[in-house]
Design a binder for this molecule. Structure first.
Ligand SMILES: Nc1ncnc2c1ncn2[C@@H]1O[C@H](COP(=O)(O)OP(=O)(O)OP(=O)(O)O)[C@@H](O)[C@H]1O
Ligand SMILES: [Mg+2]
Length: 421
């Protein structure tokens, strides 16, 4: 079964939450103090950057103390009316079953653009009268709309900081152990450093990078460093694909300080779209194959002298394959598959997963396999054959948005949906 590691390996107990020890024990003391009567501060306000463990701390602690956790989020407090709906919960100390209750108003800054004016006073009013602990979380403490919650007398204000690399590393290691994934320490360290204390994205990176591997090496992750440097890559790529001389194509790589393995992926992904004479495309691919051969040899023998052959083949070799091939107008460069997988947004990943699940239902394969093995073919069909795509849409029960996504645009999707009707 597919599960995001942030969910699958979410700490269930406080001891698994890394970093912010002091903040966490302050919060724990406050929560325990409720057993002795109402404390002066009826609510705690946890703030700090995304993905550092605010929400998970509250969840894990509630679990440790056997408390009933009532979680509310953005959509529950957009209007005064909605807030009133949970006021009742706060008016009793415990739940029906005798468990103590804790109410979490998560990410309250996330909604303040759209809330109505009565929302903040309604929340502060509930907090004033509450008989059970209320916890607020937010990213931006200085948000003007949250001024009402900055009163230290009424709120226990606790800052969550980004956990240290060492602490994030500990969490990543634990996950690898549970997943039976062997790793080079440097690989995990690299991921932890790169994410600067955002544990959630570190875990997401780890999962994406480890997919299908039993061993994660530093070399598997180091190219990530270049993920954000598209602009440099594009100009180097242009020189390689359209270079007029060996020298200029070769220089391109020196010009910009790009990682060779990563650059290889870029060239490999884009060559097919930039050569329209088949024999020339074959020659370019042949050059890349040779570059790859030497890459492999270097990896095995550590004989770095061979590097110049890798460079020659993947730059000059590709450039010199072009004789008659012309670029037919402007063709955008494509992101290498490998990188694309990692840079797709959370929204897109979710969309893919939903599609994967629909495929799974029909084809009896896992949702992950569906995304990897079936979706690419659907893409080709949806881009080229509206008739067949319409049939498949019906069979898989895709909705309009999903068809849009698979077809890669509204125009193509429209043709498919029209056929369907
Ligand atoms: N300190 C941590 N220790 C262990 N896991 C963590 C920690 N912080 C985050 N995680 C992982 O990342 C996920 C998201 O964390 P959490 O929801 O607590 O972040 P947050 O600080 O509330 O962020 P946001 O401000 O975006 O709500 C958790 O489910 C957990 O898997
Ligand atoms: Mg949160």
């Amino acid at each position: 079964m597919y599960a995001a590691w942030t969910v699958k390996h979410k700490p269930k107990s406080l001891i698994e939450v890394v970093g912010n020890r002091e903040a966490i024990s302050k919060f724990e003391r406050w929560l325990k103090s409720w057993e002795k009567g109402f404390p002066p501060q009826r609510a705690a306000f946890l703030y700090g950057p995304p993905g550092v463990g605010k929400t998970v701390t509250v969840e894990a602690l509630a679990n440790d103390l056997g408390m009933e956790l009532v979680e509310k989020n953005a959509s529950d407090y957009r209007t005064e009316g909605k807030i009133r709906q949970f006021a009742g919960l706060a008016s009793q100390f415990g739940s029906f079953f005798g468990k103590n209750r804790i109410i979490l108003l998560d990410e309250i800054d996330g909604v303040y653009g759209t809330v109505d004016r009565g929302a903040v006073p309604a929340i502060t009013q509930i907090i004033k009268e509450t008989r059970c602990p209320i916890v607020l979380t937010a990213n931006d403490f200085w948000n003007k709309k949250l001024v009402a919650f900055r009163d230290k007398k009424k709120y226990l204000i606790i800052e969550f900081k980004r956990p240290l690399v060492r602490e994030v590393l500990k969490h990543l290691k634990r996950i690898c152990e549970r997943e039976g994934l062997a790793t080079e320490e440097d690989a995990l360290k690299f991921i932890a450093q790169r994410n600067e204390g955002d544990v959630r994205s570190a875990v997401n990176d780890l999962q994406a990078l480890a997919q299908g591997k039993k061993m994660l090496r530093y070399d598997d992750v180091s190219w990530l460093a270049y993920r954000d440097r598209k602009d440099v890559i594009f100009s180097v790529l242009r020189l390689v694909l359209y270079g007029k001389s060996c020298a200029s194509a070769k220089q391109a790589i020196d010009m910009a300080d790009v990682d060779l393995d990563m650059f290889f992926e870029w060239v490999y992904e884009n060559v097919p779209y930039h050569f329209n004479v088949p024999s020339e495309l074959a020659n370019a691919m042949e050059a890349l194959a040779k570059a790859d051969l030497f890459r492999g040899r270097i990896r095995r023998t550590q004989n770095w002298k061979l590097l110049r052959y890798v460079i020659d083949f993947m730059t000059a070799g590709v450039a010199m394959a072009r004789h008659e091939s012309k670029s037919s107008g402007w063709i955008p460069f494509r992101f290498p598959q490998k990188i694309r997988m990692l840079s797709t947004s959370r929204v897109e990943r979710r969309k893919k997963l939903v599609i994967g699940k629909k495929i799974k239902r029909r084809m009896h394969i896992s949702a992950v396999a569906a995304q990897k093995e079936v979706l690419p073919y659907l893409r080709i069909i949806f881009e080229n054959n509206p008739q067949m795509a319409a049939g498949l849409t019906g069979w898989f029960n895709f909705d309009e948005e999903e068809v849009n996504y698979i077809a890669g645009g509204k125009r193509k999707a429209k043709a498919i949906l029209k056929t369907l009707k």
